[in-house]
Design a protein around this ligand. Structure first.
Ligand SMILES: Nc1ncnc2c1ncn2[C@@H]1O[C@H](COP(=O)(O)OP(=O)(O)OP(=O)(O)O)[C@@H](O)[C@H]1O
Length: 549
C-alpha cells in the first residue's frame, strides 16, 4: 500500500512521535516503509542530500504546495462589528500637536459628519463604535479625499487604518465603482500592502467591516495559505486587494490581477515596507506592467515611525507635492503606555519574567524575544511553569500562527511569546502588558512593540529587560523615547546613555511637539542641536533569522 504525504503529515509522524523509518544511511529519502505501508513524500523537487529530518522539513516547508485554507471570516454582523471600547485617554488625543506640511493642505474635519461619507459608510462607522475621529483621521481623511498623496505618521493605536480606508471607500462608492463579479482577471481600484500576514488580514477585516452592505469587495492574499484558494477568492471579484508583498507580486505575475484601474496604492507600516527587506519588492510592484505612474495614482503611506533616510526614499513613490502629516512626535511612543526599564543580566531574565507574569495574573501579555528559537524556548518554559502560553514566529506554519493569535485573542492563552513578526500593527483587545524579554536593536521596533498595548485611549504597561552587555547601543534612543512620552527615565539608564555617547541630545522632558518632514529638515539642518543619528537597523536585520512574510 502506498500513501502520499505532505509536510503536515510528516510533522505529525515524526514530531508527533508516531514512527515511520528514516531512509538509508542516515539520510532522509522520498519514500520509506513502515510495515506494509510505503510512504511517498510529496516533494517532486527533492532528490537527496538532507542529513536530518529537520533539514528536510525546512526544505519541504518552503517547496511543497501549501494546503492551508484559513477559516472563512465571520458572517454575523455582531462579529464583523465587534470592537473594544475607547479608553479614558481618547479625548486627550485632541491635545496632541499636529504638523501638516506640503502645499495647500485641505482643512481638517472635526466630526465624521464633515467627512461627507455616504449613508452606508456612515452607518458602518457608527456600528464600529466610532463617535469622533482621531487626529490622524481628522487630517488624513480630507487630505486623501482631496486626491493628495500622503505620508502620515501617528502614534501606535491611534486609528491610522480607518484614516485611509474610509476616504478610499467613500471615493469608490461616490464614483459608482462597479460591483465585483467573477472574471479571469481582476482589476482592483486599490491595493493595500503590509509587512506581515496577520496584519494584512486584520486590515482586510477592517476593510470588509467598513464596506459591509456596499458593493465594494475587499480580498486578502498572503503567504502560507493555499495559492489555488487565494486565486479563486480574487477571481470572484476584487475592488480592494490587501496583500503581503510576495503573494501580491505572485498573483500579479500570474496575470490574475491587472493594474490598469488602480487608483490607490497604500503602504501600511510604510517605513518597514521601504526598508532593506521589502524595498526591492515595492519597486517591483510599482514597476509592474500596467501600474499607473505615481502621477496617475494616489499613493498613501502610514506608520508610527519614519526614519529620515526612509522618508527621503519614500519620495520616489510619491508625487512631489505630497503632504506630510505628523501627529505628535515622529517615531514617538504612545504616552498611554507606562514604560519601565529593568536592568538585568542575561541569566536572570527567565526568573524575572516568571515573577512578572505571576504577578500580573491573567492579564493578556505579549512577550517579545529576538529569535524564533528563543520564542519556542521561552514559550515551552512558561508552559512547563503552568502558564498558558502560545507563540508566534516565522517558522510556525500559518495554521499554527493563526491558532496562536486566536488563542491569545480569546484569552485561552493569555501569554503570547512573539518575535518581531507580531510587533507592528496588531490590534488585540485587552493586551494590558508588553514585555521586552530581549530588547530590539532598533528603537523604532521598540516603539511598535510597546504599541501593542495602550491603544485607542486605553492605558497599558510595558516592561523591558535591559542587559547592559547587549543593549547599551539602544540606551540613548531609549532615553529619548522615554522622555518624549513623559516617562520616568532611570538614573542608571541616563548614565549608560551619556557614557556611551558623551552627549545628551534628547528632548527636554515633557516637551510634546510635532515634527519632522525631511523636506523641512533639509532647510533647517544648520539649526539642529542634535547630531544626526545613524539610521536604525531594520527590524529584519535585527531579527535576522525571522521570516516576515
Ligand atoms: N475614531 C475612532 N473611534 C473609536 N475607535 C477607533 C477610532 N479609530 C480607530 N479606532 C479603533 O482603535 C484601534 C486602533 O486602530 P488602528 O489599528 O487603526 O491603529 P493604528 O494607528 O493603525 O496602530 P498601529 O500603529 O499599531 O498600526 C482599533 O481597534 C480601531 O477600530
Amino acid at each position: 500500500m502506498y500513501i502520499v504525504l505532505d509536510q503536515h503529515c510528516l510533522y505529525d509522524m515524526f514530531l508527533g512521535g508516531r514512527g515511520g523509518s528514516r531512509g538509508g544511511r542516515g539520510g532522509f529519502r522520498n519514500t520509506f516503509k513502515s510495515g506494509d505501508i510505503t510512504f511517498i513524500l510529496h516533494s517532486p523537487q527533492q532528490k537527496s542530500g538532507f542529513k536530518t529530518i529537520s533539514q528536510y522539513l525546512y526544505y519541504t516547508q518552503r517547496t511543497l504546495a501549501v494546503v492551508y485554507v484559513p477559516p472563512p471570516p465571520p458572517e454575523e454582523e455582531s462579529s464583523i462589528f465587534s470592537h473594544y471600547a475607547t479608553g479614558i485617554n481618547f479625548d486627550k488625543y485632541d491635545d496632541i500637536l499636529v504638523d501638516v506640511s506640503g502645499s495647500n493642505p485641505p482643512k481638517a474635519i472635526m466630526t465624521f459628519d464633515e467627512a461627507g461619507l455616504c449613508e452606508s459608510l456612515r452607518k458602518n462607522v457608527t456600528k464600529s463604535g466610532y463617535v469622533k475621529p482621531t487626529p490622524v483621521q481628522k487630517h488624513g481623511i480630507p487630505i486623501i479625499s482631496a486626491g493628495r498623496d500622503l505620508m502620515a505618521c501617528a502614534q501606535t493605536g491611534s486609528g491610522k487604518t480607518a484614516a485611509f480606508l474610509l476616504p478610499i471607500l467613500q471615493r469608490l462608492m461616490a464614483d459608482g465603482v462597479a460591483a465585483s463579479k467573477f472574471s479571469e482577471v481582476q482589476e482592483p481600484e486599490a491595493i493595500i500592502v503590509a509587512p506581515t500576514r496577520e496584519l494584512i488580514n486584520q486590515i482586510y477585516l477592517e476593510a470588509r467591516k467598513f464596506a459591509y452592505g456596499t458593493c465594494v469587495r475587499p480580498v486578502v492574499v498572503y503567504g502560507g495559505i493555499n495559492t489555488g484558494y487565494t486565486i479563486r477568492e480574487v477571481l470572484k471579484g476584487c475592488n480592494i486587494l490587501c496583500g503581503t508583498p510576495g503573494r501580491l507580486l505572485d498573483i500579479i505575475g500570474r496575470g490574475k490581477v491587472g493594474l490598469s484601474k488602480l487608483r490607490y496604492l497604500v503602504l501600511d507600516e510604510a517605513d518597514r515596507m521601504l526598508d532593506m527587506g521589502f524595498e526591492p519588492d515595492m519597486r517591483k510592484l510599482v514597476g509592474s506592467p500596467g501600474m499607473p505612474s505615481k502621477e496617475d495614482r494616489q499613493t498613501l503611506m502610514f506608520s508610527a515611525t519614519y526614519p529620515e533616510d526612509i522618508q527621503r526614499m519614500a519620495a520616489d513613490f510619491l508625487k512631489v507635492d505630497y503632504i506630510f502629516l505628523a501627529v505628535g512626535v515622529v517615531g514617538g511612543a504612545c504616552s498611554d503606555v507606562e514604560q519601565t526599564i529593568v536592568q538585568v543580566d542575561q541569566y536572570s531574565k527567565r526568573d524575572q519574567l516568571l515573577e512578572l507574569l505571576r504577578s500580573t495574573g491573567n492579564e493578556r501579555t505579549m512577550v517579545f524575544v529576538e529569535t524564533k528559537r528563543s520564542a519556542d524556548f521561552i514559550a515551552t518554559f512558561l508552559c512547563q511553569e503552568k502558564l498558558s502560553t502560545t507563540s508566534i514566529h516565522g517558522d510556525r506554519e500559518q495554521r499554527e500562527r493563526e491558532k496562536a493569535l486566536s488563542d491569545f485573542r480569546t484569552g485561552q492563552c493569555p501569554v503570547l511569546v512573539a518575535t518581531s513578526v507580531a510587533a507592528r500593527g496588531l490590534d488585540i483587545e485587552q493586551v494590558q502588558h508588553v514585555v521586552n524579554f530581549d530588547l530590539p536593536s532598533s528603537i523604532d521596533e521598540y516603539v511598535h512593540r510597546i504599541g501593542r498595548t495602550g491603544r485607542c485611549g486605553n492605558i497599558g504597561r510595558a516592561v523591558s529587560f535591559f542587559n547592559p552587555e547587549s543593549d547599551t547601543p539602544l540606551a540613548r534612543s531609549l532615553v529619548k523615547v522615554l522622555s518624549g512620552a513623559q516617562q520616568e527615565v532611570p538614573k542608571w539608564l541616563e548614565e549608560i546613555a551619556f557614557s556611551a555617547h558623551g552627549t545628551t541630545g534628547f528632548n527636554p522632558r515633557g516637551k510634546v511637539f510635532a515634527s519632522t518632514d525631511t523636506r523641512k529638515v533639509r532647510l533647517i539642518t544648520s539649526h539642529m542641536d542634535e547630531p544626526p543619528q545613524a539610521s536604525a537597523p531594520s527590524p529584519a536585520a535585527a531579527a535576522d533569522d525571522e521570516e516576515w512574510e
